[in-house]
Design a protein around this ligand. Structure first.
Ligand code: MIG
Length: 668
């Protein structure tokens, strides 16, 4: 059961698309303190707190303080309070089980046993918010109710479940052709190549650099003939440049955020001086969405939205102040002693993502001016919504791939997310797993992290182990930062090993897609913590490196360098499946309990639950080549039946009962 409580004058975030009547009476479970603008709950030692989507640390969020404040934060370290998103939903699971969703567009703090190890305290920065309290039988039940409340998650096209290759630094058409050629030559399946900001003309959205891509539409077509989709990036900020139609029109129509005096607000991002479309204003949002047509018309079928926290490198006026102060420092004797030097570095460091800059610009919603910081967390959501709504208008019969960096609850209806600028750290492989479970709880099902790690130099074994997890995740994409070691799989020594692992993805595709669609259509989780299925097994509550995938599989990737395998805990009897070189499956039944499982670098090991079965295709070099009708069955139990969902993968015809079938081994 869901109860809504309203405080103050609530901004309509539209995170929740339905309107519930607010309750009067006292709020169940939590204590409300209007003075302090907080909600408090005392946690027994055995309480587990789930949720909070894209954040660092565990699946159990206890023991840290998190802040909902969308930030361009490339350091995904344990001491970070926020990353790119604001996912204000959590589930408390103890003697009482309930969920809380704070529908609030400003900055929120979730102190989950940080100040006091036994106290959960949520603090808002002003007292205008809606709170939904969800009472349920289990965490999964609470989550399903929440998901029903916030509306169906975005559905990606089937081809977007293929393998994708990306890198900041594929400069031109030749670079991309080379990537495709080397995959095809090596027999490494591939469906997508992503274009980073290098394809644009001087970092201008909705332009293509014609020196680098003399015939872009022709190039997109040429790639498509090879079953490759080209997926360009779109940045949030619009370059200030007279004669650039997006700038000119935005200025003319007044679609950009304004400063206090009402003039367009100028901040700097990639292109230097830039403007920020007022994504909260419906007219401006529609207009921004329509710009995607420029690329759709050239055959593009997918996009990734970046820098939409929004990231601001510096605001014009602050830069002027800082430069002036530095000039003054130079005019003295020019000697920077320790204090002066640290003042200097602080000055320069304070330019980027300065909290004050977010107080310098305004949105206009239904004729009312709203200072950005009050609604900060809605920006990325509404940029992606601009695109999603435009796609529904422009290409109603076709699904478009869309995922974003910044997000908040509500955006899950318009796109997926990728997990941002991780690094080539072993710890980030594990974080990828944990975050995926937390994100599923908040409605983000089409998600994945940069395989191999975005920042820093990677190593072959890290990339390989990461792929062994990536083959199970909806968004499977290798992406890396300019200047780091090249990490396309063909750069390494054991190309056959990579080919085999990625090949497994294409054999598992019918299953992965079916489980993805089930999770979306049923407001359920695709990935969930073991404890959800074994509430009475205390061990499961502490397991943070294994997950259930659907009702059938358990995954337990290796995430330590030089490990020859790992310990796996089985809460019940399972069949261990090992996919090894040359596409060979071997199996072994393991009893409930702890097992040390050896896993060679090029192996993928996963576990099938008793009484269950999964479909398996024969694979392919691209999704188009996979035969979704000619399936074999992997089963643990003779009469196991798999509930199989499949559709055309393109249209929005999800409701057709013919999309569902029962598969069993005996029918083979
Ligand atoms: O400030 O477009 O997260 O994936 O490669 C960096 C360049 C801007 C951040 C994205 C990353 C992308 C990069 N972008």
């Amino acid at each position: 059961m869901i109860k809504k409580f309203s405080f103050g004058k609530v901004f309509r975030t539209e995170s929740v698309p339905v309107s519930l009547e607010a309750q009067s009476g006292p709020m169940p479970f939590v204590a409300v303190d209007e003075q302090e603008m907080s909600f408090t709950y005392r946690m027994d030692p055995q309480v587990v707190v789930y949720g909070l989507g894209e954040n660092v640390r565990g699946i159990n969020k206890r023991g840290w303080i998190y802040e909902s404040k969308c930030s361009d934060e490339p350091r995904h370290l344990e001491d970070r309070r926020s990353l790119y998103a604001a996912h204000n939903f959590l589930v408390v699971d103890g003697k009482e089980t309930f969920g809380l969703f704070i529908d609030y567009p400003g900055i929120l703090t979730f102190d989950v046993g940080y100040t006091d190890i036994n106290v959960l305290k949520i603090t808002a920065s002003d007292w205008n918010l809606d709170v939904y309290v969800i009472d349920g039988d289990s965490p999964r039940d609470v989550i399903r109710q929440f998901r029903r409340l916030i509306g169906r998650s975005y559905i990606a096209p089937l081809w977007a479940f293929g393998n994708g290759q990306s890198r900041w630094g594929y400069i031109n058409a030749e670079d991309v052709r080379e990537v495709v050629r080397r995959h095809r030559e090596g027999g490494i399946p591939l469906d997508m190549v992503y274009l980073d900001i290098d394809y644009m003309e001087r970092f201008k959205d909705f332009t293509v650099n014609t020196e680098r891509y003399p015939d872009f539409a022709g190039f997109v077509k040429e790639m498509k003939e090879q079953h490759i989709r080209i997926i360009p990036i779109i940045d949030a900020a619009v370059k200030e440049e007279k004669g650039y139609p997006v700038y000119d029109e935005g200025i003319e129509k007044g679609y950009f955020c304004t400063d206090e005096s009402g003039k367009p607000f100028v901040g700097a991002v990639w292109p230097g001086r830039s403007l920020f479309t007022d994504m909260l204003n419906k007219e401006a949002r529609d207009w921004f969405g329509n710009q995607y047509k420029f690329l759709l018309d050239q055959g593009i079928e997918g996009f990734w939205n970046d820098m939409n926290e929004p990231s601001i490198f510096y605001a014009e006026d602050r830069l002027a102040d800082v430069l002036e102060e530095i000039a003054e420092m130079r005019n003295g004797d020019g000697n920077l002693d320790l204090d002066a030097f640290s003042h200097f570095t602080n000055l320069v460091g304070s330019l980027s993502a300065n909290a004050d800059d977010y107080k310098k610009f305004y949105h206009c919603v239904d004729g009312e001016r709203i200072r950005h910081d009050k609604v900060h967390n809605l920006y990325g959501y509404n940029m992606t919504r601009a695109a999603g709504e435009a796609f529904e208008r422009l290409v109603p019969d076709k699904r478009i791939l869309m995922f974003s960096r910044a997000s908040c609850v509500g955006m899950h209806r318009y796109g997926g997310i990728w997990q941002g600028d991780n690094k080539s750290y072993w710890a980030h492989l594990l974080m990828n797993l944990k975050m995926t479970a937390s994100l599923n709880m908040c409605g983000f099902i089409y998600t994945g992290a940069d395989l191999g790690g975005f920042g820093s130099d990677t190593t072959e074994d890290l990339v390989m182990r990461w792929y062994a997890l990536g083959v199970f995740l909806p968004l499977m994409r290798n992406h890396s930062e300019m200047g780091t070691r090249l990490q396309e799989v063909y750069r390494f020594t054991d190309i056959e090993g990579f080919k085999n692992i990625i090949g497994l993805r294409y054999r598992l595709l019918p299953y992965i897609y079916s489980e993805y669609m089930k999770a979306v259509l049923r407001d359920d989780l695709m990935f969930r913590p073991l404890a959800f299925d074994h509430p009475d097994d205390a061990r499961c509550k502490t397991i943070e490196d294994q997950l259930y995938l659907g009702d059938e599989l358990m995954i337990a990737p290796v995430y330590e360098q030089n490990a020859k395998g790992r310990y796996v805990y089985l809460p019940e009897r399972m069949k261990m499946l090992r996919y090894s070189r040359d596409g060979v499956f071997s199996e072994k039944i393991l009893e409930k309990g702890d097992h040390y499982v050896e896993v060679e670098l090029s192996d993928v090991v996963f576990f099938l639950r008793e009484g269950h079965a999964i479909p398996l295709a024969s694979g392919g070099q691209c999704v188009d080549e996979v035969d979704f009708d000619k399936l074999t069955i992997l089963t643990f139990g003779d009469d196991a039946v798999y509930e199989y969902y499949h559709d055309d993968g393109v249209s929005r015809n999800y409701e057709d009962p013919a999309n569902w079938r029962a598969l069993s081994a005996c029918k083979e």
